[in-house]
Ligand binder design. Structure first.
Ligand code: CS2
Length: 518
């Protein structure tokens, strides 16, 4: 199945829906259970490509193997609207696994219905507060938690939090909506519930618990005590590469299988889900279908965020600066692939805790191999989005661990400077090289426009943003010197020459960096 499909014929193919299931080609796997018998048990907030490729697939496996009440209700509190896609298809969609030339299609049936709750929180609250729901999972992106990335506390200056504290019955933030839903539960059936974050933030359960409790505390009505005995916030590590769906993916399904599905998702074969065994209420037994329930997720989380996500982030910034469109294009470049491997092996790997049953070096190789999959068209700009919310767990935490031991951080500092250079080059002074999306984009553009091209001053101003760089890290001379060298190199006319230089001799790179062109 090529990415550049032929134009689809003028006669529109039929849309995917329950009536079409019996007419699909035999190579398309269908739900192996009675969808009509499904009952809602799980609500999921943030029904994007990742959820459809991950938690919804695990749940589909569970329904097929051990049928129970675990139908999913999908809720979007931010765009895109679901009514026109999944809603029209009665929750059905195609999950394609693509591994270079291989294609495997399967219809996922675990989503019973979808709710758009963007104009008002009421539809979301109705579902979240209902007694059917005992598990709420969420993928709301890193910034959805409204926390301060450098310390995990609720950001009380966040405009949505300010709004929700003033209007707790009509919230718009995730912490505000969850706190209100819990309040409604206490006032009605009072059933316990698990709130399970599936986002790539460090100690995601702890951060989710922090922001919900901090919000609830300010309600001052005993909600916090009820939460303490009836709600749990397990941490989880989730993994599968599933980029945003494109029109090309939709057209490819139509061409190959003969039906129209506007909610297709495309992912790699690899998947992993490690969940802390700390549930309230009834639990979907995802552990029977490939997920792992453990006492402590931390080692798995470090491994995944520092290695796989760290490599993706590195390849995204260096990839954009080097003119590569997708992760796999950057990985096809021996310089960038070699840089990523060296950084992970020499600097990241020694910061990892022992992980039961996993060899870190083998994991690095496996991760890098996943990133070479040419059928996964993961745009570097997509991964580069919201870097201010990602670099702490992917790059700055391992840097901090190494600094504490007096270890060298030259390689890990390069993608940190890469994130800065990516945003700096999007500013007016640097010719708005590309469009960016990051909560700190404006702030960094303002710094770039004010400070100009001096790397030292740029680094000083950006490292002073303590929502991202905690004070002790920003005070490290070694870190600062590496960031300045990185900015010098990556903002030059030949950023790849700098990468080549650092990769060849990381220890020496800071002292003998190539002169910056004007
Ligand atoms: C990616 C992740 O966009 C990004 O930030 O790094 O979505 C990544 O693909 C997943 O975490 C893989 O499990």
């Amino acid at each position: 199945m090529g990415d550049r499909s032929e134009p689809v014929s003028a006669v529109r193919a039929e849309s995917l829906g329950p009536a079409l299931l019996s007419c699909l080609p035999s190579e398309v796997r269908k739900p192996a259970y009675d969808r009509a018998a499904m009952r809602p048990g799980i609500a999921h907030i943030g029904v994007g490509a990742f959820h459809r490729c991950h938690q919804a697939e695990y749940t589909d496996d569970l329904l097929a193997n051990h049928f129970d009440r675990w139908g999913l209700v999908g809720i979007n509190i931010r765009p895109p609207l679901l009514a026109e896609t999944l809603g029209r298809q009665h929750g059905l969609y195609t999950r394609l696994i693509r591994q270079n030339d291989e294609v495997e299609a399967r219809i996922i049936g675990s989503i019973i219905r979808v709710i758009d709750s963007q104009g008002s929180a009421r539809p979301a609250l109705e579902v979240l507060a209902s007694s059917d729901i005992e598990m709420v999972t969420m993928t709301v992106t890193e910034k959805g938690y409204c926390h301060v990335p450098s310390n995990g506390a609720l950001d009380l200056d966040h405009p949505d939090i300010v709004h929700d504290l003033a209007n707790p019955q009509a919230p718009r933030s995730v912490p505000g909506i969850l706190a209100r839903a819990l309040e409604l539960r206490t006032g009605s059936h009072g059933r316990p519930v698990t709130l399970l974050s599936c986002d790539n933030i460090p100690t995601n359960g702890i951060i989710l618990g922090n922001v919900v409790r901090a919000f609830a505390e300010r309600r001052g009505n005993g909600l916090v005590d009820w939460i303490a005995s009836n709600v749990t916030f397990p941490s989880a590590m989730v993994d599968r590469i599933a980029p945003a769906t494109t029109e090309v993916d939709i057209a490819a399904v139509e061409k190959r299988f003969g039906y129209r599905d506007s909610a297709v998702v495309v992912g790699e074969r690899f998947r992993q889900w490690v969940i802390e065994d700390r549930f309230a209420g009834r639990v979907p037994r995802w552990d029977l279908v490939g997920a792992t329930f453990v006492n402590d997720v931390t080692p798995f989380e470090h491994l995944k965020m520092r290695v796989l996500n760290g490599a993706q982030t590195t390849l995204s910034y260096l990839g954009v600066l080097g003119g590569f469109e997708h992760t796999s294009d950057a990985m096809a470049d021996p310089l960038l692939a070699g840089f990523a491997r060296r950084m992970l092996m020499e600097e990241t790997l020694p910061t990892l805790m022992p992980v039961p049953g996993i060899s870190p070096a083998a994991y690095v190789e496996q991760s890098l191999a996943r990133l070479t999959n040419t059928a996964i068209r993961h745009r570097n700009h997509q991964i580069a989005t919201d870097g201010s919310q990602k670099i702490v767990q992917r790059l700055l935490n391992p840097i901090r661990d190494r600094l504490a031991k007096g270890d060298n951080i030259t390689l890990l500092s390069v993608p940190v400077a890469g994130w800065m250079a990516y945003l700096i080059k999007a500013s007016a002074r640097f010719g708005r090289a590309w469009q960016v999306s990051d909560p700190f984009a404006e702030k960094i553009a303002e710094i770039a426009d004010r400070v100009g091209a001096d790397s030292k001053e740029l680094a000083n101003a950006i490292l002073a943003i303590n929502a991202i760089f905690d004070r002790s890290l920003a005070a490290s001379d070694m870190f600062r010197a590496n960031v300045v060298a990185g900015l010098d190199g990556l903002l030059s006319d030949d950023p790849m020459a700098f990468v080549r230089h650092v990769r060849a001799d990381p220890i020496d790179a800071r002292l003998k960096r190539p002169a910056r062109s004007a």
